[in-house]
Write a new protein. Structure first.
Ligand SMILES: Nc1ncnc2c1ncn2[C@@H]1O[C@H](COP(=O)(O)OP(=O)(O)O)[C@@H](O)[C@H]1O
Length: 211
């Protein structure tokens, strides 16, 4: 099964993708996580991507498409989280899947309002070691700002600062939201109310993926 998780930043895609991927034995492909790791390690990809990411802009399509080609397992079985983000990327994904004899089963749209997004992103903290995602209020670690698994101090992402968040929302509206119609036309879009609690969203997600 191949799934795409679509929705604005802060909608909860990563939180849900990590759990669902584990439960269903799928590979979680988060282009955001891969890019942030590349930036941290100062790889050639990271060096090219950094300036765009710091401004809350999208990394150029060619770079992202090449990256996806590299990490896609030959037999499929993935959750794409944060990809595709433009129509060009969606078309590239269609072509790649076709070439490999695979197809996209469902696109889950994580539906939330801007206010919710701003609230969630300002409280988001991540583990720099394992990538676990927390929220100071909605999904707090057991000990003060320290990862439950790694005991490492959690950090706030550069692009979760408020002015960058606003730019990311604008970019989402202009460049990514058109994908809603793109996938609706293909008849594979499913809307999920992502404004509920994490557990409730997860139960609903499992239901829509299974049917
Ligand atoms: N249903 C939810 N209710 C409250 N907070 C949530 C919910 N889902 C995720 N969060 C928190 O909101 C922030 C953004 O979630 P994340 O999964 O990183 O979003 P995305 O991957 O869509 O950018 C995180 O801090 C996460 O812990």
């Amino acid at each position: 099964m191949n799934l795409v998780f679509l929705g604005p930043p802060g909608a909860g895609k990563g939180t849900q993708a990590k759990r669902l991927a584990q439960e269903l034995g799928l590979k979680h492909i988060s282009t955001g996580d891969i890019l942030r790791e590349a930036v941290k390690n100062e790889t050639p990809l990271g060096k090219k991507a950094k300036e765009y990411m710091d401004r809350g802009e999208l990394v150029p399509d060619e770079l992202i498409i090449a990256l996806i080609e590299e990490v896609m397992p030959p037999g499929g079985g993935v959750i794409f989280d944060g990809f595709p983000r433009t129509i060009a990327q969606a078309e590239a994904l269609d072509n790649m899947l076709k070439r490999k004899g695979l197809n996209l089963d469902k696109v889950i749209l994580f539906d939330v309002d801007d206010e919710v997004v701003v609230d969630r992103l300002s409280g988001r903290r991540v583990c720099p070691s394992c990538g676990a995602v927390y929220h100071l209020k909605f999904n707090p670690p057991k000990n003060d700002e320290v990862c439950d698994r790694c005991s490492v101090k959690l950090i706030q992402r550069e692009d979760d600062r408020e002015e960058v968040v606003r730019n990311r929302l604008e970019v989402y509206r202009k460049q990514t939201a058109p994908l809603i119609e793109y996938y609706e036309r293909k008849g594979i879009l499913i809307r999920l109310d992502a404004s509920k609690e994490i557990e409730e969203v997860y139960q609903e997600l499992k239901k829509v993926v299974a049917t």
